[in-house]
Design a protein around this ligand. Structure first.
Ligand code: NDP
Length: 279
């Protein structure tokens, strides 16, 4: 029987631990403030922003938000971020992505002070991760590491295959697994014979954005499967990049969708907010 990795429980544990840390900081008169900026009113983004603010409330982090109109210029956004970079009362700055097309995301990410970059997307933080130095780490891959560790799943020396090479999931994930001494292979849309590669994995991490793509034929018997994908189908049901029902009998452990990696992302965002106050 496969272990079903409960991301909801682990994220709850992490949030409780952070709540204690925040209370201790508060006793020393240190408060933590996250500033969330949303440009436009994309409905998915609004839900994410709401959930982030709710998580802040749960653990005692103050959140302030800027809901800017769609037509906000790049310059206006840059000016706001620069002002927030200077404010000592603000620890973390998060610009909800995607941004409207007339705003260049890379430019905006670079504008956020690396010390306040709670998403871990700033090139300096990405570089630090590649060099094995301490910095703020992208939340979703950091959450995957927490799931593996808190379920006592050994990583060192294991064959880890990651499907997806995005800047926010696949690439930082590979660096984190390397840091944990896994032997890492990264696959992408140009990878030949994908199933042959994924079948080598002791730990298979899938972040490809293709609903239920990974079926049993892609998975080795006894592997650990981590599904980062999130998709909502026409019946409003949520699924991942992995065909859970087809894979579950073959694996030793697997994350469900929903309730696997998803809840970890916000927990690790809260972790990063607390980190900014510890420096
Ligand atoms: P991207 O679309 O940025 O990247 C997808 C990656 O998958 C690319 O590297 C792409 O290759 C690769 N890929 C696509 N098709 C194939 C294929 N047929 N074979 C092999 N590789 C393929 O997605 P993200 O990394 O942003 O997100 C991935 C998934 O994770 C999405 O479902 C997203 O919703 C979800 N997600 C979930 C989060 C959470 O909190 N749980 C957070 C972030 C994302 P190439 O580079 O060659 O194009």
């Amino acid at each position: 029987m496969a272990t079903i990795i409960d991301g909801k429980k682990i994220s709850g544990d992490i949030k409780n631990e952070l709540k204690d840390k925040v209370a201790k900081l508060n006793e020393k008169n240190i408060t933590i403030t996250l500033c969330v900026i949303q440009v436009g009113n994309d409905s998915a983004s609004s839900i994410y922003v709401r959930n982030k603010k709710k998580a802040c409330e749960e653990i005692g982090i103050r959140s302030i938000s800027y809901e800017l109109p769609e037509e906000t210029s790049q310059e206006e956004l840059i000016n706001l971020i620069q002002e927030l970079n200077q404010r000592p009362d603000i620890n973390g700055i998060l610009v909800q992505l995607p941004l409207p097309k007339h705003i260049d995301e890379d430019t905006i990410i670079k504008t956020i002070s690396p010390e306040k970059d709670v998403d871990g997307f700033h090139p300096l933080n990405v570089g630090k991760l590649s060099l094995g130095q301490k910095g703020l780490v992208s939340c979703t891959p950091a959450g995957v590491i927490q799931l593996l560790k808190r379920y006592n799943i050994p990583i060192e020396g294991k064959e880890c295959v990651i499907v997806g090479r995005s800047n926010i999931v696949g690439k930082p994930m590979s660096m984190l697994m390397l840091k944990e001494n896994a032997t890492v292979t990264i696959c992408h849309s140009k990878t030949k014979n994908l199933a042959e590669v994924t079948k080598r994995a002791d730990i298979l991490i899938v972040a490809m954005g293709k609903p239920k793509f990974i079926t049993g034929e892609y998975v080795k018997e006894g592997a650990v499967v981590i599904d980062v994908g999130i998709h909502r189908n026409e019946n409003n049901k949520i699924c991942g990049d992995v065909d859970f029902d087809d894979v579950v009998d073959k694996v030793s452990a697997i994350t469900p969708v929903p309730g696997g990696v998803g809840p970890m992302t916000i927990a690790m965002l809260m972790h990063n907010c607390v980190e900014t106050a510890m420096n």
